[in-house]
Structure formats: structure tokens, C-alpha cells
Design a protein around this ligand. Structure first.
Ligand code: SF4
Length: 306
């Protein structure tokens, strides 16, 4: 492994490349990354990057977002099979149909959408800024795509607006039940529960804290409780331990991952694949000019607000 890491670091220097990794990536990938973050942080870093090559360790829509925001760069995705099942639940045709049915509504799409869906969206949000962005809009009617649970969570914080929710969901977060968390709370009665708003509504309702991945990391590492039960993807354990090793972070676990929050797609990027794309410059993210232009508009609208 040391040889692989050395070779990756050498190639990064030789090729003026930068490695961006999402918090849900494997620990060994987080350890070689130049930047680790959530979708919003990584978008901003990608947009401003002066590297010639961006190796994006995340799922496909994230690598696409980097290309859209900084199109002159070569963006490499270590494993093109690493997609997001929730992003794949939304379609351009479906969004257009909803727009026709609700011509006075604004299409607010979660950043977890494929590039083509972004082209028919009015503005993009992340789980961190969704409430703020939606509140800032003039429209009173919102078509929220694709996560029905994040959409419901936002709708509760912004009751003055009407929401039409796409029926998509994140399978790993959806699988985390309220009962699983309550069972852990019995084991750790003094613990606080922090969950991601992609979890289903019942689960969100029993949490002490609801927030994006970065907000959960902030909360878990700084709150008064010594133990925090974490209702999001297990990949953040590595980062939490580095940031504050003095606390105990409890993740719902199961041998077959059923009942735990484990995103198989996020784990499809490996060190071997990072090395391979750096060596051969394969798996480049290619988007046509029209898609880049159109998808950039709603992304930049979001970045101008937050
Ligand atoms: S954790 Fe959920 S939303 Fe994130 S990439 Fe995996 S399936 Fe998609």
C-alpha cells in the first residue's frame, strides 16, 4: 500500500493534480486526499481549483459537478460505476412534466442529481443550505427533486410554501429505522442522536440533531455528550475519530449492512483505481458544452446565495 501511496503522490506532483474526496469515501482514500468535504465544500473547491487534473473520489454526479463548475480542467473519476441510486431516480422527462403541471412552481433540485436533470432545474441545493435557499426564493410553490425526505424536512421548516415532492430516496439512509436508533439509545442512554435529513421522517423525528454531513461532524465533535449515535454513512467515522478522538461515535452496524448506513457506491473508488486514472488519465468526465452551460446556471445561483 505504501508503494501505491508514494506513486499517487509522485504523479500528483508531476501532473499538477489534486484529489478531492467525499466524507463517505474509504479511509485510505480520505488519507491521500488533498481535500475532504461534503458536496457543497467540494463544489466550491472544484470551482476554484487551479490544478490541471481533478481526481474526484465520490459518486458520478459529484465528479460531473466539478466538471460543470470548472470545465477547462480534466476531471477524472476513479470508478465510473460509482453512481448514486437516488440521483438515478430523477429524469428530465419527469421534471418537465411536473413543470407543465405546475407552471408557477420553481424546480429546486438537490445536488444529488445527474447533470441532465440539473439542466432543467431552476436552482440547486445541498442538505446544508436547502432551507436557506428555499426561503430566499420568491416563488411560493416548489417542485423538490429527487429526495422526498430532504424535501419533507425542508417543507416543515418553510411551512409558508407549497411543496411538490419527487418520490426519490437514498436507499442507505432510508434503511435506517427509528427502532434501530432507539435500541442503540437504550444501550447508550446518555448519548445524543444525530441524523442526516435523507433519513426517513420517523427517524428524523426522534433525533436530537438533524443536519448535513458536515453539520453532523461539527455537532458530534463539539456537543456536550461524550457519546453520539450517528445516523449517516459510516465513512464519516474515520474523519470523526481524527477530528475528536476523545468521543465515542456509535454507528448502527450489521454484518450484511442491512440496518446500517453504508453506501456501496461510494466505496467503489479504491486506491488502485485512483492510481490507475492518474497514470493513464482514463475515466475522464465528458459532458457536452450545452449540458455544461445549462447545468452551471442553477449551480451558480446556489453558490451566489451561500
Ligand atoms: S449515500 Fe445515498 S445519496 Fe449519497 S451517494 Fe449513496 S445512495 Fe446516493
Amino acid at each position: 500500500m505504501n508503494n501505491i501511496v508514494e506513486r499517487i503522490n509522485q504523479l500528483k506532483k508531476e501532473k499538477n493534480a489534486v484529489i478531492l474526496a467525499h466524507y463517505y469515501q474509504r479511509p485510505e482514500i480520505q488519507d491521500i486526499a488533498d481535500y475532504i468535504g461534503d458536496s457543497l465544500e467540494l463544489s466550491r473547491i472544484a470551482q476554484k481549483s487551479e490544478a490541471d487534473i481533478i481526481v474526484f473520489c465520490g459518486v458520478r454526479f459529484m465528479a460531473e459537478t466539478a466538471k460543470i463548475l470548472n470545465p477547462t480542467k480534466k476531471v477524472l473519476h476513479p470508478n465510473p460505476e460509482s453512481g448514486c441510486p437516488m440521483a438515478d431516480m430523477a429524469t428530465v422527462e419527469g421534471v418537465k412534466k411536473l413543470k407543465e403541471q405546475h407552471p408557477d412552481a420553481v424546480v429546486v433540485s438537490y445536488i444529488n442529481t445527474n447533470a441532465d436533470v440539473k439542466t432543467v432545474s431552476d436552482i440547486i441545493v445541498t442538505s446544508r443550505n436547502a432551507v436557506k435557499v428555499v426561503k430566499s426564493l420568491d416563488a411560493n410553490k416548489i417542485i423538490f427533486v429527487p429526495d422526498q425526505f430532504l424535501g419533507s424536512y425542508v417543507a416543515k421548516q418553510v411551512p409558508e410554501k407549497e411543496f411538490i415532492l419527487w418520490k426519490g430516496f437514498c436507499p442507505p439512509h432510508f434503511n435506517l429505522s427509528k427502532d434501530t436508533l432507539l435500541a442503540l439509545k437504550k444501550q447508550y442512554p446518555d448519548a445524543k442522536i444525530a441524523v442526516h435529513p435523507e433519513c426517513n421522517t420517523d427517524t428524523v423525528e426522534i433525533a436530537d440533531f438533524v443536519g448535513s454531513t458536515t453539520q453532523i461532524i461539527e455537532y458530534a465533535t463539539t456537543c456536550e455528550a461524550d457519546t453520539v449515535i450517528i445516523g449517516t454513512e459510516v465513512g464519516i467515522h474515520h474523519y470523526l475519530k481524527k477530528k475528536n478522538p476523545n468521543k465515542t461515535y456509535v454507528f448502527p452496524q450489521a454484518a450484511d449492512y442491512c440496518g446500517s448506513v453504508h453506501c456501496c457506491d461510494m466505496k467503489k473508488n479504491t486506491l488502485d483505481k485512483v492510481l490507475e486514472v492518474l497514470e493513464k488519465e482514463t475515466n475522464e468526465v465528458i459532458l457536452d458544452e450545452d449540458t455544461i452551460q445549462k447545468a452551471r446556471v442553477p449551480l451558480e445561483k446556489m453558490l451566489a446565495i451561500v
